[in-house]
Design a protein around this ligand. Structure first.
Ligand code: M6R
Length: 608
């Protein structure tokens, strides 16, 4: 996720910007840049790659002299990681410079209008529209221009803005992306996160949604979206720098789990326009979608589990046959791949060796390929015929949570789109599905708010040696991910079983006290799964269940029940996985495991 820093004060700005940006490196980035006002005009430097490169080309900031400036580390979303796409972005006369974190959802529409008015674009970013839009509205009063822009743009943004005509102030603006203001004796600062300012101050203002901050060397003022003054109080930060990097959370995994409502929203919202799913990056005409004869989903680990879920959704809604494969198996099993088949490769990192090899094989065999990828400009994103990005931002914890959630909803969108185009569902069903889809972020938020209860329960599992996860259909897919989460971070052996398969062998392992986690969110399979729960419970299993609100019958058999809110049966994975992630997290914390960096694991598996 991009990082923003701004400074105005008595000291040279550029070294402070570089230092602040270095404290935001944990957020992940692929390029960096700074803009500093030198007393006459704004000068800018940008560089692809590490911050070290920007520091070297600016001689540690010396080539950008001045006391007011903004800096940025970019995590690419719109456009590859290049110097021209790096922030800041200028208006045409280079008198307004902007840095941005977030996604401007209506940027294409705005860009078209600005081009019609004669504006020239020099990057592929959504951010550049902001610089030109500010230029369009600027009539001498920056605050007025900013509020007008806020009324025009849709999406999420944290902005740092400087105007050459008003070099004694910096503006900071926020909607759905984080931004704070630091108040210090030596000058004032803006930043995406507290660590960037802790060296200078512990007195911080948290800018709320749709608020604007105006900072001068001495003063800090706040305004609402209509330009009216807002009163705010600074808060004293007591965290140490290490905790501050994680936004006050104990681990990146916990922070990332809590980011899931936003991640899901960011992946869904830009792709729903006027009640229709618009996946511009799919690059397939309706005719091509109708012509798909089979879909292969290929991935590794958790990404594979999302594909396993998507098989049910795509086959159920779009009635197109789907095969799901582990990339490491697919690439060596000489699969039958024919013309008219679509191969979807799912990967957070976009660099997983087996997934990349599977993609290359599919291309060699003449299949159309689509990457569902989180890291912009990664190998899979570059090499797939089409790429649909999951806008989860950088994921730092090795155990995936928010990227997993984004991959799921990206595939729900595909399934609904394909079903509609192929004539399998009508307008009413599309509207119902989209209504449920849009509710997911709030429902996830609600489930996350119950973490204390899950923590209490998780503490009973610290001494467990083996845990079994069971479920049918999509619930089996959820079980696979729940089981992987538990084993990878807590080192407790666990297995996921299709509940109906237990009696064909595995049930012999159930004895007095064996922990079983049963997932039963599919209404049509509820009774069947309930029988399997009874089977294990009567053999001594200690059962925890995850089911839909209202299924209270399960309480007769399960020791502990977690209810998820009502949603479409195809979407239950997005909800049921939240308590299972929390459960694994708290078991691992309780056992004193290194949650963010589990032993023997790497975030990106770039070797076979
Ligand atoms: O970057 P990718 O999505 O391709 O990675 C795939 C797997 O390595 C990954 O999901 C792995 O299973 C995670 N550790 C699960 O938490």
């Amino acid at each position: 996720m991009c990082g923003i820093v701004g400074y105005i004060g008595k000291k040279q700005a550029a070294p402070i910007l570089l230092d602040g940006l270095s404290k935001l490196e944990y957020r992940g980035y692929d390029s960096a840049g700074m803009a500093v006002y030198d007393g006459k005009q704004i000068h800018m430097s940008k560089a692809t790659g590490r911050l070290k490169v920007l520091s070297e080309i600016t001689h540690e900031g010396a080539t950008l002299p001045g006391f007011v400036g903004i800096g940025h580390t970019r995590w690419a979303t719109h456009g590859a990681p290049t110097d021209s796409n790096a922030h800041p972005h200028f208006n045409e006369t280079e008198t307004i410079a902007v840095v941005h974190n977030g996604i401007i959802e209506n940027y294409l529409k705005l860009k078209k209008k600005l081009i019609e008015r004669g504006y020239e674009f020099h990057s592929e970013t959504d951010t550049e529209v902001l610089a030109h839009l500010l230029d369009l509205y600027y009539k001498g009063d920056p605050l007025q221009a900013i509020t007008k822009v806020m009324h025009r743009v849709e999406g999420s943004y944290a902005l740092g803005i400087i105007f050459a005509d008003h070099p004694d102030v910096i503006y900071a603006v926020r909607k759905d992306s984080p931004l704070i203001v630091g108040k210090s004796e030596e000058g004032n600062l803006i930043a995406s996160d507290v660590p960037a300012v802790l060296k200078y101050t512990r007195d911080v203002y948290f800018i709320e949604n749709e608020e604007i901050a105006r900072l001068s060397e001495q003063d800090i003022e706040f305004f609402n979206v209509d330009g009216e003054p807002v009163e705010k109080e600074a808060k004293r930060i007591e965290w140490d720098i290490h905790a501050a990097e994680k936004g006050g959370y104990e681990h990146f995994m916990l922070k990332e789990m809590n980011e899931q409502p936003k991640t899901v929203r960011d992946t869904i919202n830009p792709r729903i326009k006027d009640g229709q799913i618009v996946i511009e990056e799919l690059g397939m005409s309706d005719e091509e979608i109708r012509a798909i004869r089979k879909i292969h989903i290929v991935a590794c680990g958790s990404a594979y589990h999302t594909g396993f879920t998507a098989k049910y959704v795509l086959e159920g809604l779009a009635r197109v046959p789907v095969e799901v494969d582990l990339a490491s198996e697919f690439r060596y099993r000489n699969p039958i791949l024919e013309e008219g088949e679509l191969v979807i490769i799912i990967s957070q990192s976009g660099e997983t060796a087996d997934s990349l090899a599977a993609l290359r094989m599919a291309k060699e065999r003449g299949c159309q390929t689509l990457g569902i990828v989180n890291v912009v400009g990664s190998s899979i994103a570059r090499e797939a015929d089409q790429v649909m990005y999951t806008w989860a931002g950088p994921e730092i914890a090795v155990a995936t949570t928010k990227a997993y959630s984004a991959q799921l909803v990206a595939q729900y969108l595909l399934a609904i789109k394909f079903a509609q185009v192929r004539g399998e569902i009508g307008e009413t069903q599309v509207a119902e599905l989209l209504r449920d889809l849009k509710k997911l972020p709030d429902q996830i938020e609600m489930l996350l708010s119950h973490k204390e209860r899950i923590q209490k329960y998780a503490n009973r599992y610290l001494a467990s040696k083996d845990v079994f996860f069971i479920g049918r259909g999509i619930d089996y897919a959820i079980s696979m991910e729940g089981s992987l989460k538990l084993k990878e971070i807590s080192y407790i052996h666990s297995e996921a079983y299709a509940a109906g398969e237990l009696k064909h062998g595995t049930i012999s392992l159930i004895e007095e006290g064996t922990p079983v986690i049963a997932v039963a969110t599919q209404d049509d399979l509820f009774k069947k799964t309930l029988s399997n729960i009874v089977e294990v419970q009567t053999r001594g299993a200690f059962v925890m269940a995850v089911t839909n609100a209202g299924n209270t019958e399960i309480e007769k058999t399960a020791e502990y029940v977690i209810y998820i809110p009502q949603t479409n049966p195809y979407f239950t994975n997005s909800l049921a996985i939240i308590p299972l992630q929390l459960f694994s997290y708290y078991v691992a914390v309780g056992k004193g495991c290194d949650v963010d960096k589990p032993r023997n694991l790497a975030k990106s598996v770039t070797v076979e």
